[in-house]
Design a protein around this ligand. Sequence first.
Ligand SMILES: Cc1cc2nc3c(=O)[nH]c(=O)nc-3n(C[C@H](O)[C@H](O)[C@H](O)COP(=O)(O)OP(=O)(O)OC[C@H]3O[C@@H](n4cnc5c(N)ncnc54)[C@H](O)[C@@H]3O)c2cc1C
Length: 477
Amino acid sequence: MLGLGAMAGSLAANRAGAAGQTQGCYEEPPKKLPVRKFDVVVAGGGTGGVIAALAAARQGANTMLIERKGYTGGTATEGGTGIHSFYNLWKAFPGVQKRKVVRGIPEQLIDRLVQIGGSSGYPEQTGRADYDSVATCVDTELYKLVTMEMLSEAGVFIAVNTLLTGAIMKGDRVEGVITESRNGREAIYGKAFVDCTAYGDLCAFAGAKYTEPNDYAVANSVGIANVNVEEYYKFFKRANAVGDYAEGIRSGEENRIIRIGGNLAKASPEFGAEAGKIGMSSVTTTVHDNYFMFIKLNMRLPVSPTDRDEVAKAELELRRRMHKAVLLFRKYVPGCEKAFMARTSPQLCIRRGRLISCDYDITHEDVVEARHFDDDVFTYGFHDSAPRIQIKNGGTYGIPYRALRVAGIDNLLAAGMLITSDHRAHMSTRNTVCCMGQGQAAGTAAALCAAKNRGARELSYADLRKALVKGGVYFES
Ligand SMILES: Cc1cc2nc3c(=O)[nH]c(=O)nc-3n(C[C@H](O)[C@H](O)[C@H](O)COP(=O)(O)OP(=O)(O)OC[C@H]3O[C@@H](n4cnc5c(N)ncnc54)[C@H](O)[C@@H]3O)c2cc1C
């Protein structure tokens, strides 16, 4: 019987394989598309794209945001465990002042979330004294709501459920993009464009240079409900295995655990071994009782996550892993016996897709030496590998405007995880809050370029800096 089952399985796999082969070409007939015109077009309404579109619209630009899903927020609502990097690395350097270095629109977004109970604000982590961080936990669903409300208030034309599928080029200028939605295919013309798709889709369509390093695991993260946060803490505490720990507002009450993680193998060798097999991280954050908002399951792909067919296999495997994670909590952690999967991401999350060539590539040395540039667009002070990698003297480094200008294209900027080739530098620039800061800079620059009908390289830095300062951006080293 077992043999027959295996044979049936392999026949089904062969059938699926044969159906997946391409067989010749179909030539699409030319078609006239309806045209829409904007000053600024932002591709991708995720972590950086939301902020870019807000920044552009607040500069007075007629702005369109194109997002393939039905909501905005991107990986900030789907993959991460905490938006914990608004500050410099102050604890690692005795005597260094604690500073909130990312301000402006990202800060306003968190303020809005705090007002409606959708974020813990900025409580400090205490579990790992060497890892400077606040635990800015967010309610993923309220994040989607608040970002869409802010975009709507700013007058952004929000095209959700809309996939960007092409670029209309004239020489080295992007004239427009092609979108697909239930409205059909449309041509969207613009004066300035920002690629915040994480995968770098617009840059690739525009013919920009890129590579696909495939240097990270992909992940899906699962929200698990019917759990007991305090019992999870005690599970680690009993074995002296607590790692990440922070208290803040949870279900409307102060001083409750909002972030917890630890050494699973120390807490329970069996759980640790099983968790290792499914790439499971122990850390979770929450702003609600009885809920672990994010449990990450990591998986390495043999090829870049732009490969649809490899990703299809990984989606199935990650769903198996998420189910397994729930079973492990039920089995090993007291208070989690009736846990269930309450939230998953609509597709696996990536830490890097395409790496886009820009006019400048931020280096590891730029980050750790706390370098600033004559075209800084904001400062950043967090490193995800702290305390192993730290920024000199607990200070900040600058993100230069030229690092956001897509090489070889006149009017295209990039913001988010798609920039920075050095993996170690990327472990800082890809952080949620850094992507947001890049978004504000790129959106502001795009609006200024569009207003004067100029290319990205013709923009006066003095004008950009003035607009960013007005937008609340922090610049001190
Ligand atoms: C599992 C995981 C855990 C993480 N944990 C943390 C953490 O704890 N703290 C931290 O600071 N950072 C963390 N990060 C990193 C951080 O969350 C991301 O680097 C950051 O959110 C990326 O922002 P982005 O704007 O570049 O992309 P995204 O937020 O992913 O936005 C891209 C958007 O573009 C849309 N899009 C893509 N292609 C198209 C298209 N063709 N047409 C239309 N729309 C399109 C997508 O739907 C998406 O909404 C984590 C990342 C992952 C994957």
